[in-house]
Design a protein around this ligand. Sequence first.
Ligand code: DOR
Length: 447
Amino acid sequence: MTEHFDLVIRNGAVATPNGIESLDIGIAERRIVALGKIAAGRAEQEFDATGLTVLPGVIDTQVHFREPGLEHKEDLASGTAGAALGGVTAIFEMPNTTPNTLDKAALDDKLTRAKGRAWVDHAFFMGASDANAGKLGELEMLPGCAGVKIFMGSSTGSLLVADDETLEEVLRHGHRRVAIHAEDEMRLRERLALVKDGADPDQHPVWRDVETAVRATRRVLKIARKAGRRIHVLHVSTADEMAILAEHKDIATVEVLTHHLTLAAPDCYKRLGTFAQMNPPVRDQHHQDGIWAALRSGVVDCIGSDHAPHTKEEKARPYPQSPSGMPGVQTLLPVMLDHMAKGRLTLQRLIDLTSAGPARIYNIRGKGRIALGYDADFSVVDLKAKKTITNEWMATKAGWTPYHGMEITGWPMATIIRGSIVMRDGELLGRPDGAPVRFQETIQPQD
Ligand code: DOR
């Protein structure tokens, strides 16, 4: 066993692959090097986790941080500060920035901007378009790239792969799992008249209806099978798609969002109006029950936040001029811990969805579990703490959360990333030192 540690985490209830164990964790050179009883006086730094539960670092594989281009909504510093405050140790960021992330220069620009400013580890998606389809096989292999993202329906920004030919072209270039926003663009256009001249925001799930989502999911599954490509269907919002996806687990993994598990129509539109507007929409209780059932039966592989910040002024525009999306990276873990406290999922399943699942889906190297040799990433939580989520707690430049006023049982007390304590008791510590996430596919010669 290593004689000296940079950090020892003592007396915590540690969530290892074996279950919850009473262990000390020894960390050296940013990795986990010892698990067991560690004698006193052998560490640079000690963290007393008495009464706390030490989870593998939570990885949020779907956030929009708006840099470059729309930094008045969010930037990499504020977005990742929210992640760290919420107990998230790594994020994957989406390509619908301005400009869109469509080539190596745009990816490298994001990686450069993140250096010394990002509080958590990070990777960036490459957007798919008809212009870069033929190059995606190379682009997806670049270090710091989480993979390719396809928007099948228009959402925030202009990224779009609407037709089957382009979709097939994209799926035929490359090998990594492709992340899909499945809403059918043709049906969205056909039905836009329903809301075009103004409507109540509760019409959002009527315009972007169940069939809009089902049609796109069916189309992409068919083409993915034809092209022999694995896909990851993001933010699945309908019970109907879950039944279909359960038949395709050999090629398709599935993400659900905290928002879809927690909010439901019509209540959310009555309370929040356009602030509850997002794509795909929050639907009624039947669909919320359907995605919970799929989560319990194992059809769901991970939970994302789809953190999509827009300012209060932008969100307050009359529907449908109001932009779609809600912040969420900071509230993902507390809200899911509260669901756990209410008996809706087990701690084991939560860890599977927030750490092990992302690692499995995206072939992340050295993250996703507490085990020897893995990165020393931990979300340290108090499962009994009772707190209230408030707008004031939010680091996002948007300055609001749909969960303002929600009382929560279970709270992130510390965020530890590659052995550095980045957040403790609600305070950010040190300086931003997030690094690019590494993937099995993108092994570099120097590794
Ligand atoms: O509601 C959404 N907002 N859905 C998306 O797909 C994009 C996101 C955003 O970037 O605002």
